[in-house]
Design a protein around this ligand. Structure first.
Ligand code: SF4
Length: 439
């Protein structure tokens, strides 16, 4: 199945934030690497990509070999090269920091290697193992399920992914800013994985009934459905026209269905998704974009570089304010806020008589996503709505069910989901083999 036909023409407002490295720049950067023994960059990567080995292959002009080294550890090497917060992972651990030198641009070099493979139009450099007769159903087509499915195919196990969206890829396709991870890159990567023999059934909503069907039809089930809807504020006026959420806004412009926004936009929240939505609103033509957060800049969950990027893009910030009402008749015309202050124990309290209204034409909610596990109906143990797993294997309290990614950790990085999926795929293959041996 080809997904690339679904890719809309790239909107020039959302072209890459950083251009790709040229051949000369990649060679020069690769030659700066010290190829450390016990490389800390490799330890800092959740998928433990052999960073010195792939960089050395770039230095010796073996770009496809470099991509193979990356893919051996991380089948979503292209997405991760663009979506990973490298400053706090591999590049943050690079020994160059100790010598007061710039860290090696590991993310950009990884992207250079992966672009070489994608431009070559070659398939993934792995084949599926001979068929074992075992089959696994995977719920959700995001990074955790894709990584798990690829691992299962490499071990000769049939893998079928079920996803509610029209296109696979999960947040890689729909939820990460286009100038970081383009729609086309995410879908091309899915196509390469599907070519290993992974079946993907789109537009399938897995509810309790469907899950029971999958459980009886398949030898095991992997839960990689990510998280659910964005939390609501729980304040009056949230049902008014003009209240939307950050993921809908990002998905809208990425799939081409949203081309512009108008007026004054208020984004509530201060995480990386809130930043992606705020910058998107600026680039889509908003008159003014303001992010609101009940604490200060030091406490925001967005990475520092994301915050700096948003500031450069012209996003405004309102700190220590809490929404208490969305105002307007049928449609939003403002958001009522109260100023907050921190007290001795670190908690926040509203400041008396400090309420004010900030005029707005649209309110975008970005205060984290709820879990989406009710449909599991007690099949596996949960904690605060998250699926509990054995972190070494991904197995849940129900041996036939494995899980990974955001539905188990509440929302971390793409690379964490890939690491979970890969680990679970290996463990599932071993578990299925053991079941077979016992039978
Ligand atoms: S820590 Fe830095 S210098 Fe050492 S291998 Fe990794 S990227 Fe190269």
């Amino acid at each position: 199945m080809s997904y690339t036909s679904a890719i809309p023409e790239r909107d020039p407002r959302f072209t890459d934030y950083h251009p790709s490295l040229t051949r000369q720049a990649a060679l020069a950067e690769a030659n700066r690497c010290l190829y450390c023994f016990d490389a800390p960059c490799m330890q800092a990567c959740p998928t433990h990509i052999d960073v010195p080995a792939f960089i050395k292959k770039i230095a010796s002009e073996n770009r496809l070999g470099s991509a193979r080294t990356i893919l051996d550890a991380n089948i979503l090497g292209a997405s991760c090269s663009r979506a990973c917060p490298v400053d706090v992972l591999c590049e943050g651990a690079c020994v160059m920091h100790r010598y007061n030198r710039e860290p090696i641009q590991i993310g950009m070099l990884q992207r250079y290697a992966m672009e070489g493979l994608h431009e070559s139009k070659l398939p993934l450099p792995f084949a599926s193992a001979p068929d074992t007769g075992k089959k696994v159903a995977l719920v959700g087509a995001g990074p955790a399920s894709l990584a798990c499915a690829a691992e299962l195919r490499r071990q000769g196990i049939a893998a079928t992914i079920f996803d509610a969206r029209p296109l696979p890829g999960g947040l890689n396709t729909y939820g990460i800013a286009e100038y970081k991870l383009p729609f086309g890159v995410a879908l091309h990567e899915v196509e390469l994985i599907a070519a290993l023999g992974v079946k993907i059934e789109s537009n399938v909503d897995v509810d309790a009934g469907k899950l029971a069907e999958l459980e009886s039809e398949f030898d095991a089930v992997f839960l990689g459905m990510g998280l659910g809807e964005i939390h609501r504020l729980g304040i009056p006026g949230e049902d008014k026209g003009g209240v939307t959420d950050a993921l809908d806004l990002i998905a809208g412009y990425k799939d081409g269905s949203l081309n512009s926004v108008k007026g004054r936009i208020v984004v509530v929240g201060a995480g990386n998704t809130a930043i992606d939505a705020a910058i998107a609103a600026v680039r889509l033509g908003a008159e003014r974009v303001t992010m609101l957060y009940r604490r200060g800049p030091e406490q925001m969950s967005a990475f520092q570089f994301e915050y700096e990027h948003a500031t450069l893009e012209g996003v405004h910030f309102g700190w220590f304010v809490q929404p208490i009402e969305i105002t307007g008749r049928a449609a939003v015309d403002g958001i009522k806020l109260v100023r907050m202050e921190a007290v001795d124990d670190g908690s926040l309290v509203p400041i008396a008589h400090s309420e004010f209204i900030l005029e707005a034409d649209s309110v975008v909610l970005a205060i984290g996503q709820a879990t989406h596990t009710k449909f599991l109906n007690g099949k596996v143990q949960l904690e605060r709505g998250r699926v509990i797993i054995d972190r070494k294997t991904g197995q849940t309290s129900n041996p036939k069910y494995f899980a990974g990614g955001d539905c188990t950790n509440g929302g971390r990085e793409v690379v964490d989901a890939v690491a979970d999926g890969k680990r679970a795929g290996i463990a599932m293959a071993a578990w299925l083999e053991a079941q077979h041996a016992d039978a």
